[in-house]
Ligand binder design. Structure first.
Ligand SMILES: [Zn+2]
Length: 463
């Protein structure tokens, strides 16, 4: 049974979709004012594994927005003197490129905020009609005192609410629980604006998620997720806006991924520990190792990103790759061995139990390595059989569907040149010319080719 920790209740609760069939999942997407950083990708990788695990049990309808209008975007587009769409389009494209490199599946529905202005305008009208919104100057604000449960998600103390104080910024701190802006009147002639019955302007940041989530997923979502720093004010405001018009719970489960630290510190450009995915690729890190590192810590715990951690991740992937190579190329007897059948069943059970336990990915990864160790031991005794191999490979396929961390199979291009060097080395060994044999081994190694001498002859593979 799947259990998830719900920020709304603070409890780890059994989860099933409300209709028993389809999980209605909403995730806050990136603000495309720049390249996404690795802290952002930690959240998107968590959501990807959540989606994959949910899909192993039910249908999933996963909606993610792209924030292509907010304070930062307007400012940066104005600096370049271009339209906001022209400014954001390349960052939106890079976000999906980076996601694909990290093996993040594309959500079923991706919504651009600027495509949903009519839905947002409609929501503001309903909030004005119901008295949750009011006009001040040429902007429209949400009156938080009109929503008695405001602060429930972020456990905000009611005494902190400042009645009548207003805030215009899209992002603000927990110390500022003020009435927030739903629709901003333009500050100057150049600012992007849309017409609305209550005056020309542009939406405040929080409005888009309420409008797009309810449009595609209905008034009550099964799961709403994002990073912890979105709990306040963003998600608190989404709840106030949505429930202000529907009087129904906006989301049954709220899931939040914790921060990623770099060398034990919050990422910041001034500290020089701020990385986009592109920065790490330039440093020579593999995207698969980055994904692996992200999954080595459960999503609700802080993750400390370090060079040592990356090396460990790389080593772990190397162990999986070695194992699969050995398993695929081994000459095995037919049949199966009961102890391997049992070890595989245990690995499968503990992998599922780990993911069912609030997506405990480290436990799921540990199950893989426990099986690998059991198999190496069995192979050393020639106890691993043909049917065991087939069953293990099927399971690794399932693991990859769920976590997407299995390294790709080596391309068996029996490059003529490499074959010839391997043959020359075999010849040298037969002639007991060990100097030549060592030289050829080194030459192959320099070309990234590893060789292994087995009873069936010399095997080679690319590093
Ligand atoms: Zn959102």
């Amino acid at each position: 049974m799947l259990k998830l920790t719900n920020t709304l209740t603070g409890a780890t609760e059994p989860f099933t979709p409300a209709d028993g069939k389809t999980v209605r999942l909403y995730a806050c997407g990136p603000t495309v004012h720049d390249f996404a950083h690795i802290g952002n990708f930690r959240t998107f990788i968590f959501e990807d594994v959540l989606r994959r695990h949910l899909k192993s049990k039910w249908n999933v309808l996963h909606v993610m927005n792209i924030t292509d209008i907010d304070d930062k975007i307007i400012r940066k587009a104005a600096e370049k003197d271009i339209d906001i769409r022209e400014y954001t389009a390349p960052y939106t494209a890079s976000f999906f490129e980076d996601s694909a490199r990290l093996r993040i599946e594309r959500p079923d529905v991706v919504t651009l905020a600027t495509d949903y202005i009519p839905e947002m305008v409609h929501l503001v009208e309903r909030l004005l009609d119901s008295g949750h919104a009011y006009r001040e100057g040429n902007s429209i604000y949400y009156r938080i005192s009109s929503f008695p449960t405001y602060g429930r998600l972020s456990k905000l103390d009611k005494r902190e609410l400042k009645v009548g104080a207003r805030i215009d910024a899209d992002e603000y701190e927990k110390e500022q629980p003020n009435d927030f802006v739903l629709w901003k009147g333009p500050k100057d002639d150049a600012e992007k604006r849309w017409d609305a019955p209550f005056g020309t302007g542009r939406p405040g940041w929080h409005l888009e998620c309420s409008a797009m989530a309810m449009k595609h997923l209905g008034e009550t979502l099964d799961i709403h997720c994002g990073a912890v720093d979105l709990i306040f004010p963003h998600h608190e405001n989404e709840i106030a806006q949505s429930e202000g018009v529907t009087s129904k719970p906006f989301a049954r489960f709220w899931l939040h991924a914790e921060h990623l630290l770099v060398d034990n510190a919050k990422m910041s450009k001034s500290k020089g520990n701020f990385y986009t995915l592109r920065d790490l690729i330039e440093k020579g890190y593999s995207t698969l190792a980055i994904r692996y590192l992200m999954l080595s810590v459960q999503y609700r715990k802080q993750l400390n990103f370090t060079v040592a951690g990356m090396e460990q991740a790389q080593n772990s992937l190397g162990r999986i790759k070695e194992f699969l190579f050995r398993l695929r190329t081994a000459r095995l007897m037919s049949g199966s061995t009961p102890e391997i059948t049992e070890a595989l069943a245990a690995a499968r059970a503990s992998f599922e139990a780990g993911l069912d336990d609030d997506l405990n990915t480290p436990e799921a990864l540990a199950a893989i390595f426990k099986l690998i160790t059991a198999c190496h031991t069995a192979m050393a005794r020639e106890a691993l059989r043909e049917d065991d191999r087939a069953a293990i490979l099927v399971w690794f396929g399932e693991v990859d569907q769920r976590l997407a961390i299995i390294p790709e199979e080596e391309v068996e291009t029996r490059d003529g040149e490499i074959e010839s060097l391997v043959a020359q080395r075999d010849e040298a060994r037969r002639n007991r010319d060990f100097a030549a044999s060592d030289r050829l081994r080194k030459e192959l190694l320099d070309r990234g080719i590893l060789i292994e001498d087995t009873r069936e002859g010399t095997k080679w593979r690319r590093k």
